[in-house]
Design a protein around this ligand. Sequence first.
Ligand code: ADP
Ligand code: MG
Length: 223
Amino acid sequence: MLEFKEKSQQLSTITQMSAGIAHEIKNPLTAIKGFLQIGAANPELRDNYQEIILDEVNRIEAIVQDFMMLSKPKSSLQLEQVDPEQLVSYVLRLLEPEANEKQILLLFDCETTQGTFETEPKRMNQILINLVKNAIDAVDSGGEVRVSIEMSSEELTLSVRDNGPGLTSQELTKIGEPFFTTKEKGTGLGVMVTKKIVADLNGIISYESQKGAGTTVTVRLPK
Ligand code: ADP
Ligand code: MG
């Protein structure tokens, strides 16, 4: 009986996920098809639609990439010794243009991080990119995003703090659910992927937030 219940729960999750994925991919596909059809009928308008089409293709690519990450087994982890300070600096350099464009201050605190840490750089980058991007999206122009790392003999603690609008307690319970997004162009997959990667690395992720008081995301990874 129990087994049956678990199976039916599993099925309903699969049904919901499939409906979500299909919907998220169908929307941009419909838009692409529509703009291509208009362009075919009106060649002089084609240039106007290039950017939208590329945006929509990028969106599909991002969704597919996120799902590929979710389906990657833990056994595919490729561990290496990395310098956490270098890794964070690299990601922040990558995201600096985005922060500059919005006139956001991107800060990095790293005090006690001597030595290296064994992890998979690709997955670590993905965690950081997702968290810092969300923080950049959350704050208004002139806001601040602060990344800090600290390493002890047992673990690496990484935190991303922003002074954006924060999350309500209801939003906090929803964050990380597939397709939960409050953004017009969001996919609602970033936090879910981040949670999965942190779990693959045997770590813990927590959100601390209050409406109006910003958000701090903390990731603790064992050594
Ligand atoms: P997306 O970024 O595509 O919306 P995510 O899974 O990355 O999807 O985030 C889900 C939602 O969680 C966001 O739409 C936003 O509402 C909320 N969120 C995530 N990080 C923050 C943050 N730092 N501050 C405020 N809200 C956040
Ligand atoms: Mg996101």
